[in-house]
Design a protein around this ligand. Structure first.
Ligand code: 5GP
Length: 255
């Protein structure tokens, strides 16, 4: 699949057009940013790992009936995805208190939440991605009430599935961020599908035994061994790039 013009460059990914107007190429960079771009660095190999991890998770989610934009991985850093209209709302699902939540509600990091909590943030760097309510989302026209229902239902299914998957490889799924897009089918039907990526850049993953952070918090808080942590997540999922091209293995179960 030949790469066309660059359509968009974000902090960690670049989107290129293809000859097919319904498909775009998602390229994963090694760039890491945190705190709305205040902290920046390159993490060697991160793009390759996130490409693999996100491919793996999107494929498993598609198998359980979650619609996604993912089509296929093209190479180490790139994947082919359906062109969607991104809904400018980040959906965060929290199972355990961490990050912004601990500060906002003065809850100790690591506290299990009484149930999974869904939050919405408006995707706007210039505003620092403010937390918003369903009222803001519908009043400003970012999404319809039906889109919100679809996003919440899908987010909860993703959470159920991924919580189990990660538990099986000795990781706690603390929280994560999802993005959704509107897919315009030729039939005229419009569907909300999972888009962007799911990777240690967008999830908090803690080792079940040690509580070691295995995600972007290693970069955010200068904990070191960022690439090694992402590699360990990929290793446990059975998808280290070294294991060969396209050979997705079953996740390694923890005894
Ligand atoms: P928090 O709101 O505590 O900063 O983040 C909650 C969860 O959502 C974390 O897993 C974090 O990685 C993810 N998240 C929140 N905002 C973003 C974002 O703008 N980009 C990425 N990659 N992840 C985010």
């Amino acid at each position: 699949m030949n790469k066309g013009n660059k359509l968009y460059e974000g902090k960690a990914k670049i989107i290129y057009e293809t000859k097919d107007k319904d498909l775009v190429i998602q390229h994963f960079k090694d760039d890491a940013t945190a705190f709305n771009n205040l902290k920046k660095a390159k993490v060697e190999g991160k793009g390759v790992l996130n490409n693999r991890i996100s491919e793996f998770l999107m494929l498993r989610l598609a198998e359980i009936g979650v619609p996604t934009h993912f089509v296929r991985r093209l190479n180490m850093r790139e994947q082919l995805v359906r062109e969607v209209e991104i809904i400018p709302v980040e959906v965060v699902i929290r199972n355990i208190a961490a990050g912004q939540f601990t500060q906002r509600f003065q809850v100790e990091e690591g506290t299990s939440l009484p149930r999974s909590i869904i939050e919405f943030y408006y995707k706007a760097d210039e505003l620092n991605d403010p937390m918003v309510s369903e009222e803001h989302i519908t009043a400003f026209g970012w999404a319809t009430p039906q889109d919100i229902d679809d996003m919440m239902a899908l987010a909860l299914r993703v959470n159920d599935y991924m919580t189990g998957l990660f538990t099986g490889i000795g990781l706690k799924l603390v929280d994560f961020k999802l993005e959704f897009g509107r897919l315009y089918e030729e039939s005229g039907e419009v569907r909300v599908v999972l888009a962007d990526e799911i990777s240690p850049d967008s999830c908090r993953l803690w080792d079940i035994e040690t509580n070691d952070k295995m995600d972007k918090d290693r970069f955010r808080h200068d904990l070191g061994s960022v690439e090694e942590a992402y590699q360990e997540v990929a290793r446990r999922l059975g998808i280290l790039p070294e294991s060969g091209d396209g050979d997705i293995q079953a996740p390694e179960a923890v005894q």
